[in-house]
Write a protein that binds this ligand. Structure first.
Ligand SMILES: O=P(O)(O)OC[C@@H](O)[C@@H](O)c1c[nH]c2ccccc12
Length: 283
């Protein structure tokens, strides 16, 4: 299974990183770093009048909650199922186009082997846009959470199916303590329950089955309906993967889904602003 291969490669990458910089050194580096610059620009966008440059505790969720469904647009060069998606990969230009088209946030793949991602894509994009940036990777160790903070990500992906529930809970807590927001990815009702029990506030429902790559956007609708109302009100739901048409967006919006995460269909379109306008045309 491809997911197993990705996880093996991720472990190797992690070992190399730890050899270059220990967790202790990483934490020290983080201590000496001020994140005022990123905080300032994200604060401005929230119309936060306060003079303080400390971001609100739930600012990422505020970005995602718009009147209509919000868009997290992904910078993705390749994927294991599709190979190279984008030949002209001017990632800063792409990120700026997403921002200009009204994206609520940007997701950046940093996994190098299967998605041809890179950590520097992430930090370069953060430096060039004024909206939150999410790190999309296969986080299997707390090291990668501290590292995401060092790269100036506002949010990160935690995948329920690759973590033990105990680990997931610990990583969610650690992320919040570092003021980096975990988007917790699920694919089944059981995983949604685990995510909620682990303290997830932003839950991604993946329409793609990572085992065989089949996609069905009804997965989001079916799972969302099963979340008890009182809990549903306090969480943000993000529909992930395989979203291509204005009808998809209308269906998800009509069913009160808070946000969508779109990669491939936007990466393939020449004019991103036009593509996003088109996707929003029925809502
Ligand atoms: O390109 P798509 O089908 O629009 O999907 C985007 C995003 O959901 C997908 O890249 C993704 C969802 N979960 C992941 C986990 C790891 C890597 C990538 C992903």
């Amino acid at each position: 299974m491809i997911l197993d291969e990705i996880l093996i490669a991720t472990e190797e990458r992690l070992e190399n990183k730890k050899r270059n910089m220990s967790l202790e050194d990483l934490k020290n580096k983080l201590k000496n770093k001020s994140d005022n610059e990123v905080n300032n620009k994200l604060n401005n966008k929230l119309n936060n009048n306060s003079k303080s440059n400390k971001l609100e505790d739930n600012y990422f969720e505020k970005y995602l909650k718009e009147d209509n469904i919000s868009f997290i647009c992904e910078v993705k060069r390749a994927s294991p199922s599709k190979g190279i998606i984008c030949n002209e990969f001017d990632y800063i230009k792409i990120a700026k186009e997403y921002e200009n088209a009204g994206a609520a946030a940007i997701s950046v793949l940093t996994e190098p082997k299967f998605f041809k991602g890179n950590d520097t894509y992430l930090s370069d994009i953060v430096a060039n846009v004024n909206i939150p940036v999410l790190r999309k990777d296969f986080i299997i160790d707390e090291y990668m959470i501290y590292e995401s903070k060092l790269l100036d990500a506002s949010a990160l992906l935690l995948i329920t199916s690759i973590l033990e529930p105990k680990q997931l809970k610990k990583y969610i807590k650690l992320s919040y303590s570092l003021n980096i927001f975990p988007l917790v990815e699920t694919h089944s009702l059981n995983e949604v329950e685990i995510a909620i029990d682990s303290g997830a506030k932003i839950i991604g429902i993946n329409n793609r089955d990572l085992r065989d790559f089949t996609v069905d956007i009804n997965n989001t609708l079916n799972l969302e309906k099963n979340i008890p109302k009182d809990i549903r009100n306090s969480i943000t739901i993000v529909s992930e993967s395989g979203i291509k048409t204005s009808e998809d967006i209308k269906t998800l919006n009509d069913n009160n889904i808070d946000s969508v995460l779109i990669g491939e269909s936007l990466m393939r379109s020449k004019n991103k602003e036009f593509a996003i306008k088109e996707l929003k045309s029925l809502i």
